[in-house]
Design a protein around this ligand. Structure first.
Ligand code: DLL
Length: 433
């Protein structure tokens, strides 16, 4: 099975554009009629639903941000009465109130379809045994993947995050063929396998569908080599629907965005201008089929590029490049933008370095300092001090040339950086603003 829904996934572009326009118009009418906050914003911008005549008119509409969701906490942006809402999820922000999202029966149905597409795109079939180690609960990862896996008729193991030894036992005993979790958790599982003396080659595992946090191409290689699997990237966010907004196909050359349900734009994060195709900027998504929480021009804060060149898989939906990072995770060191994924790419090219790292930012006097803590392998760690010093200096030079800022490198003991069973924490910013 190559596609879950070939008609939609390979829809000719003209037809896709017509469908998007029709759905966009309906959505704009609906939010204007049923969500006072949207009506207010559109009135302030002098836009009426009738002004949306072409897809290009989308850019006339105001953006929606996380702050809008917070200002309307908890249910103020819902476009249906609560009696229609069958599920509520929420994503915990680092500050303030969490973001709350709601789903009608139809929303859940569409989400399951999108997740079914995503799993099939990564090679899943009804014969797959899918171990779903994304957290179940308010986080959308667990239930989102779960419904999609059931939709295609695969056997789901709802293992949720945590209890890593048990995860590995389940893999062995139940013959897991596909693992779904964050990429950082997949790496941690590999470490625990090593401790338990389990050889991944003896497992039935064939593929992993990893997302919910940025991960570099080098990290993909690391995971694929360690676990002896194909690793696919899956993207999504609660505000839009959850996982399943975009996913890689077997060519792993960008993630196809489900364009029959979402319209993607790339904007300049500073000015808000829509950027020409192919330029890197902030991804903005409009959800055009959601009932409970339709969302217009949501600023994701995720930086990426869109690619409309044809994909050999036959899907016509636009591809987004792997996300470089969230603008919130970006640290500005003396004016230079640094993303954890850039550091990760450099580190994983250096032998003896483990894929576990942390960026610690501090301010000494008036000067920002970036310290990169890097774990080294057991073997390297027991080397003579001189060799360790040489390695540290080498890492520093590589990082400085890639990032363009001076960096302090601290080599730390194997297994000393905290492991994650969900989204990994890569940055500690000690500066006071
Ligand atoms: O992380 C939904 C999800 C669950 C996606 C499982 C994939 C798999 P939130 O908790 O709302 O939702 O966080 C959304 O996570 O804006 C990105 O910054 C980041 N993110 C999600 N997927 C990727 C990815 C889920 N594949 C935020 N690559 C998004 C990079 C990702 N970042």
């Amino acid at each position: 099975m190559i596609y879950w829904d070939q008609e939609k996934e390979c829809m000719p572009i003209e037809q896709l554009r017509e469908l998007q326009l029709r759905r966009l118009k309906e959505t704009v009418y609906r939010v204007y009629a049923f969500v006072p906050a949207y009506q207010k914003k559109m009135d302030a911008a002098g836009i009426k639903p009738d002004d949306i005549k072409t897809l290009d008119d989308l850019k006339k509409l105001p953006f929606t941000t996380k702050q809008d969701l917070r200002d309307n906490y908890p249910f103020g942006l819902f476009a249906v009465p609560m009696s229609e809402v069958v599920r509520i999820h929420s994503s915990s922000g680092t500050t303030g109130k969490p973001t709350v999202v709601g789903y009608t029966k139809k929303d859940i149905d569409i989400w399951a379809e999108l997740m079914a597409r995503a799993l099939v795109s990564a090679g899943a079939t009804r014969h797959s045994v899918i171990q779903n180690a994304y957290g179940y609960g308010l986080f959308t990862g667990g239930l989102g993947v779960h419904y999609g896996a059931e939709r295609i008729g695969a056997s789901v193991i709802p293992s949720s995050g945590g209890n890593t030894k048990r995860q590995i036992m389940l893999m062995q005993d139940f013959g897991t063929t596909i693992l779904t979790c964050t990429p950082s958790y997949a790496l941690f599982m590999y470490e625990v396998m090593q401790e338990m003396g389990v050889d991944p080659a003896d497992l039935k595992l064939k593929a992993g569908i990893f997302g919910a946090e940025p991960w570099s191409e080098n990290m993909r290689r690391e995971i694929e080599n360690n676990l002896k699997i194909d690793a696919y990237d899956i993207y999504g966010l609660s505000e839009i629907i959850g996982p399943g907004v975009a996913v890689e196909c077997k060519y792993k050359n960008g993630l196809h965005i489900a364009e029959d349900h979402f319209i993607a734009e790339i904007i300049d994060p500073e000015t808000g201008e829509v950027l020409p195709e192919g330029e890197q900027g902030e991804l903005v998504i409009t959800a055009i089929t959601k009932e409970a929480l339709p969302i217009i021009r949501y600023r994701t804060r995720d930086l990426t590029t869109l690619d409309r060149t044809p994909c050999p898989c036959g899907r016509t939906h636009v591809r987004m490049q792997k996300v470089l990072g969230r603008s919130d995770d970006m640290v500005i060191i003396r004016g230079v933008n640094v993303f954890p994924s850039m550091v990760e790419s450099v580190l994983l090219n250096i032998p003896g370095v483990e894929p576990h790292y942390l960026l610690v930012v501090d301010r000494k006097g008036n000067l920002d300092e970036l310290e990169v803590q890097v774990e080294v392998s057991e073997k390297v760690f027991s080397d003579e001090v001189r060799k360790l010093e040489e390695l540290g200096a080498h890492i520093r030079r590589e990082l400085e040339s890639a990032l363009g800022v001076s960096v302090k490198v601290r080599l730390v003991e194997p297994k000393s950086i905290e492991r994650s069973e969900g989204k990994a924490k890569r940055v500690i910013d000690k500066r006071k603003f």
